[in-house]
Design a protein around this ligand. Structure first.
Ligand SMILES: [Zn+2]
Length: 700
């Protein structure tokens, strides 16, 4: 198996997403505006045994891998061999080193066998992971542990052989690239005892998180509140600032206990990274982006986006102040407990009292779905119709046979967090989603199917390339579809609504605003999550300053403040799932930016968006039934990770760089509205003076 893939398998990759605490969705990540996933939704069902991170393997990204099968596989290999031979012939003509050629020939033979082993192992591992996730029993857990351990051992053996090749000197690009992908072993590079220790640390942190419970604000003797669903419900619906503060503070009291574990986690992660020839875990996390300037590029994107965020921030603070009075200062950061989400990462749950035009009510799409007798299957069929209308691929028969599209009624325990799975045999692809007939889940269905579509498009690639061009791409695909699906133009086309809503302009602003509460508000959070961790891995933030530096980022980038003073006795980063579960977060920032870039490119191709035509704004574009747009998307997806992500991006957008102007263009009407509204109300833009302190030296 591809060591790199394997490494990912080892991480529980629950994709996150931002927001709406629906309890389904997961892989998908993100969609937030309507449904999304959140990691934290990742089933913290307490009956569920803490899942050792080695287990979950093929989750999320895992999803992103594939496999091969008989006839197709042979054909692929033959073509590949032919191409490789042609390249080596060419190099002969131009005179290359016979020793290298000979080694390349051996390497080719080795790779052929390794690819075969890899997809077979991935298939086996994925089946075991699926069995457990879809039916949580002791037996399935044991099986999964057994299979994972077996695979880990085999992978390491193969990796030892692979690293004997001098692959950096290979002239054949594909050979060199695949070897490089296989050469990163990740944590498994650690000596066995340390490897097991690190796995255990992460799994202990996760289980501490998963089992944390707090007491109720109203009934102090009831201490059974879990993050899902009770605490999340309070955060999304309570409007009592004292109750909100209580759950915010208590959750952090319970989750901060992992700090000693986290310190060890940082140590071993860095050690593993160094064994893979990286200077630190930061470099390892950034490796797949294949760009020495990537961090600068991300920072540049954030600078591009910041003016939009500032307007939204200022408007929401003003509205919160109207609601909560002096709890919210006029020019300061926003208190983190009032934004409807445990981490203030998405703000959709304050929409009800902050809506730009509260009297303009759009249609209730969930009610309409129910009225038209949609079922979970019908929702997925409708999603498939969308992909097929773009000339993309229909779901294979095994998808319909093996997927779990609604919660089984046989009483079994399962991980309900929505997820999309690639079984690596080119035939078997599944979604597991406890779908309810709601509009959020309808959007999520498209999002999840975006992952499956990506798997299908790159399934003929060598196994090392069966992943997104980078990890942000995989998340973005389904969201691109969802941006079209959520337009009233599209919903009319599929008969969900008869006519576009009245008060169109005002309704538009309301809808863009709701989308912005999730997609714009999420950006600084998604950015700072790894900004903080990069500094931690690089030793620039030491354990003595973990918490206060965390709050520096929260203040400086997000403009929020804790509801009460903090100190280094607290460890607030641990209140977030991805931090304790060792899941990098930058992918979500990337996805949220590039999905609009992809959307704009597809819409331009479809003739649905024209920057010079006011009747065709980007936020109203629907690419449904446009095969030209679909073909361009397909071209990008088919590449998998066979080439650096810039080339994949270029295939669809003509651009080699990430660019936030798609997002800015999409939200332009909202930006203008917010700017005018903020000026009218004389609202301060930005923030100053944080009244809450973080004490570096713990108080006596
Ligand atoms: Zn996803």
């Amino acid at each position: 198996m591809d060591p790199e893939e394997f490494q990912r398998l080892l991480d529980i990759d629950v994709e996150d997403v931002a927001s709406i605490p629906s309890d389904n969705e997961s892989y998908a990540s993100d969609f937030d505006a309507n449904g999304e996933e959140l990691d934290e939704n990742f089933q913290h069902n307490n009956d569920l045994k803490p899942i050792p991170s080695i287990l979950i393997t093929f989750h999320v990204y895992l999803c992103a891998k594939g496999l091969h099968h008989s006839s197709v596989k042979m054909k692929t290999l033959k073509i590949l061999v032919f191409v490789l031979n042609s390249i080596s012939l060419l190099s002969k003509v131009y005179g290359s080193d016979p020793a290298i050629e000979e080694e390349e020939a051996r390497a080719r033979a080795f790779l052929k066998i390794l690819n075969e082993k890899t997809w077979t192992r991935n298939n086996k591992g994925t089946i075991a992971a699926w069995n457990y996730a879809s039916n949580i029993t002791d037996y399935n857990l044991k099986e999964q542990i057994r299979v994972s351990a077996e695979i880990a051992k085999e992978v390491k053996e193969d990796w030892k052989e692979l690293t004997k090749f001098n692959y950096n000197t290979f002239i054949d690009y594909d050979l060199r690239r695949q070897f490089k992908k296989y050469s990163i072993l990740g944590k498994a590079a650690l000596p066995d005892d340390k490897y097991v220790k690190l796995e255990k640390i992460v799994s202990d942190m996760e289980s501490a998180y998963a089992t944390a419970k707090i007491c109720s604000y109203h009934n102090k003797t009831d201490c059974s509140l879990s993050l899902e669903p009770e605490i999340t419900k309070i955060l999304t619906s309570s409007r009592d600032p004292e109750e909100l503060k209580h759950v915010w503070v208590e959750w952090r009291k319970k989750t901060k206990t992992v700090k000693p574990l986290f310190i060890d986690y940082v140590k071993y992660s860095n050690e593993a990274a160094r064994l893979n020839n990286f200077t630190s875990n930061t470099e390892y996390w950034l490796y797949d982006y294949e760009s020495p300037t990537f961090v600068d590029e991300i920072e540049k994107l954030w600078r591009q986006l910041k003016p939009l965020y500032l307007q939204l921030h200022a408007y929401v603070r003003h509205k919160l102040r109207q609601r909560y009075g002096e709890v919210v200062s006029e020019k300061g950061p926003i208190p983190a407990h009032l934004l409807g989400n445990m981490w203030a990462q998405t703000w959709g749950h304050v929409a009800d009292f902050t809506l730009p035009y509260p009297k303009v009510k759009g249609p209730n799409y969930s009610n309409l779905l129910a009225k038209q007798e949609y079922t979970p299957i019908k929702m997925f069929q409708e999603a498939e119709r969308f992909f097929v209308s773009l000339n993309l691929t229909e779901m294979p028969p095994l998808f319909w046979k093996n997927s779990i599209l609604e919660k089984p009624k046989d009483g079994r325990d399962l991980v309900c967090h929505a997820s999309a799975w690639d079984f690596y045999d080119q035939k078997d692809f599944r979604i597991k989603q406890c779908t309810d007939v709601t509009f959020e889940d309808f959007i999520t269905a498209h999002h999840e199917m975006g992952h499956i579509q990506y798997y299908l498009q790159y399934k003929s690639q060598p196994v090392a390339y069966r992943e997104g061009a980078n990890d942000g791409f995989h998340e973005a695909v389904g969201d691109v579809m969802a941006l079209s699906v959520a337009t009233s133009k599209h919903l009319k086309k599929i008969g969900l609504i008869d006519s576009e809503p009245a008060n169109k302009d005002q309704n538009d602003i309301n809808e863009l605003y709701q989308m912005g509460l999730d997609k714009i508000a999420f950006l600084p959070f998604a950015y700072l999550m790894d900004l903080w961790r990069w500094q931690v891995f690089d030793g620039k933030i030491t354990p003595e300053e973990y918490n206060c530096k965390w709050w520096d980022y929260r203040y400086n980038i997000q403009g929020i403040e804790p509801p009460v003073d903090r100190s280094e006795l607290d460890f607030d980063p641990a209140s977030k799932y991805h931090i304790v579960a060792d899941v990098p977060y930058l992918r979500y920032f990337i996805s949220y930016v590039i999905q609009f870039q992809f959307h704009r490119a597809a819409c331009e191709i479809a003739g649905e968006y024209d920057p010079n035509d006011l009747t065709k704004p980007l936020h109203k574009c629907d690419i449904y039934q446009n095969t030209k747009a679909g073909n361009a998307i397909g071209k990008m997806l088919q590449m998998g990770s066979s080439r650096p992500w810039r080339e994949a991006m270029e295939a669809l957008t003509g651009q080699q760089n990430m660019d936030a102007s798609g997002l800015l263009e999409y939200f332009r009407p909202l930006y203008k509205w917010l700017e005018t509204e903020n000026q009218k109300n004389n609202v301060y833009i930005g923030w100053k003076i944080c009244e809450k302190k973080c004490t570096k030296v713990p108080l006596q």
